[in-house]
Design a protein around this ligand. Structure first.
Ligand SMILES: NC(=O)c1ccc[n+]([C@@H]2O[C@H](COP(=O)([O-])OP(=O)(O)OC[C@H]3O[C@@H](n4cnc5c(N)ncnc54)[C@H](O)[C@@H]3O)[C@@H](O)[C@H]2O)c1
Ligand SMILES: C[N+](C)(C)CC=O
Length: 490
């Protein structure tokens, strides 16, 4: 792969007008892995104009849905073909283990396949008209030009949740990946070109949020903005998007509770509590960072957790046996460190970790030890705010209602888990938990068929599943009078 990469606008790989470039850094050792052109408002405008023209000329929207679906399925095939290269690039760019990246690539191919299959399954809907001698139907049409903005933690996965449904439904788009991790998104645009996505339909602009991202959000030629990222950025985008009342989909952060009842399968709950947080060093929107443990098993549970977590092997994502890689950047590492300081100042007890590792092999990377805080209460910032690092906070409860109340005590509502062997209890909790996803005896599982998104300030709208494709369509009611007669009113 050519690592002096470019924007992809109107079917051409183009460089930036200015000489601005950005160095892409490997978070494991701070080496420069690529230099990419840094776009700005000017490239964003060019790409928006290309997407506008491609939408307005109607070719893509009027391409038979079966044909669009075949192209989307072809992208899935090409991702599978190049899975190793993509996984390598994703790990190089994010620091996550290559095993995790391979899993991501399988998921991503699955998303393109799922939406490719769905492309021609919507024939609209006939409505029973209350008006005699008439017909009434609802059809779904593409929204138009879509701006798509993605984060750095799951670069290609989050991109796939946007690209696949937008293409399947006949929209045109401009994607802006995170400026920190653009590599796999660039590669997938090569694959989309190879699969036969026509010029102008899918455009890629590299660059920062406050230039390219802000242009996509505020430009009146963009009809929809789909954003995944932090809550504060989401608020800015929402405000900017109001300029032409864009359709809006926001996938924001989470501070996700994981309730462990005393009657849960103990080993399973410990295992899933770890998996729920420490994949990708806790840099997951749905990480189960708020453990809410029944008081009677608290000590035993925390001890078991500490024993397992302290054996984690940190290192290069490419090294056999590595379980946790580095954080994404020096800036993010500093933020996570600051949260540990906050937790200690707030009176939480540091049961494990809390610092950078001393291992000399890890000094060039942005590593942070897996960290467990006990004696946490719901008023603490480390319990309420998204640290986005490998930090678990542990709270306790005595009664089911108390557990649910603690779980819901958050501005977020992305996801949560319940571990118990009492199915009625699990169902009662799930019904009361104010989150877009609730897992019972499971954590952090997602697949293309089920919708994903947040209650409360975790977002607006849904990705994945049928709802994920509906975000990219407008519904139109077409009424026909089969026996028109004058009203003779005036
Ligand atoms: N809900 C989900 O499914 C989900 C999935 C992954 C990540 N996330 C969230 O993403 C966050 C981490 O990602 P991040 O640090 O990249 O988030 P971020 O908000 O800093 O950046 C996300 C994207 O927005 C762009 N951006 C920044 N400022 C902008 C602006 N003013 N206008 C337009 N675009 C702008 C960035 O360049 C980047 O591409 C966490 O909060 C995490 O929970 C949520
Ligand atoms: C949505 N998910 C879980 C794939 C990534 C969140 O950061």
């Amino acid at each position: 792969m050519d690592l002096t990469l470019k924007h992809y606008i109107n079917g051409k790989w183009v460089s930036t007008d200015s000489d601005d470039t950005r160095r892409i850094i490997n978070p494991y050792n701070q080496e420069v892995i690529a230099v990419v052109p840094e776009g700005n408002e000017s490239e964003a405008k060019e790409a928006i104009a290309a997407a506008r023209e491609a939408f307005d000329n109607g070719e893509w929207a009027n391409t038979p849905a079966t044909e669009r679906g075949s192209i989307v399925k072809k992208i899935a095939e090409l991702i599978e073909r190049d899975k190793e290269e993509l996984a390598y690039l994703e790990s190089l760019d994010t620091g996550k283990t290559v095993e995790e990246s391979r899993g991501d690539m399988e998921d991503i191919a699955g998303v393109f396949r799922y939406y490719g299959e769905l492309a021609d399954k919507d024939g609209g809907e006939l409505i029973e008209s209350p008006v005699p001698n008439s017909s009434s139907k609802v059809v779904h049409e593409p929204v138009g030009v879509c701006g798509q903005i993605t984060p750095w933690n799951y670069p290609l996965l989050q991109a796939s949740w946007k690209l696949a449904p937008a293409l399947a439904t006949g929209n045109t788009l401009i994607m802006k990946p995170s400026e920190i991790t653009p590599l796999t998104t660039i590669k997938v645009f090569e694959l989309m070109e190879e699969a036969g996505v026509p010029a102008g339909v899918a455009n890629l602009v590299l660059g920062a949020g406050d230039t390219v991202g802000a242009e996509l959000s505020s430009n009146t030629d963009v009809d929809l903005i789909s954003f995944t990222g932090g809550i504060e950025t989401g608020k800015k985008i929402m405000q900017a998007a109001s300029v032409n009342v864009k359709k809006l989909a926001l996938e924001l952060g989470g501070k996700n509770p994981n309730i462990i009842f005393a009657d849960a399968d103990f080993d399973l709950a410990v295992d899933q509590a770890m998996n729920g947080v420490f994949f990708h060093a806790g840099q997951i929107c749905s990480a189960g960072t708020r453990l809410i443990v029944e008081e009677t098993i608290h000590d035993e549970f925390v001890n078991a957790l500490v024993e397992r977590v302290k054996k984690f092997k940190l290192g290069s994502g490419f090294e056999e046996g590595t379980q946790m890689g580095p954080l994404i950047s020096a800036e993010h590492l500093a933020k996570v460190e600051k949260y540990v300081e906050t937790g200690i100042n707030e009176g939480a007890t540091l049961a494990l970790g809390g610092s950078r590792p001393e291992d000399p092999r890890l000094q060039q990377g942005f590593f942070f030890l897996p960290t467990i805080f006990t004696d946490c209460t719901t008023d603490m910032d480390i319990v309420q705010e998204e640290t986005f690092g490998p930090i678990i906070t542990v709270e306790t409860f005595r009664a089911e209602e108390e557990a649910v109340k603690l779980a819901n005590d958050s501005i977020y509502g992305l996801a949560g888990g319940v571990f118990t062997n009492d199915i009625s209890k699990a169902e009662r909790c799930a019904a009361k938990m104010r989150m877009g996803t609730v897992w019972i005896n499971e954590f952090n599982l997602y697949f293309p068929h089920a919708p994903w998104g947040g209650f409360k300030q975790s977002g607006i709208g849904r990705e994945l599943g049928k709802l994920g494709i509906e975000e990219y369509t407008e519904s139109k009611h077409i009424f026909q009078n089969l026996k028109p007669e004058p009203l003779n009113w005036f």
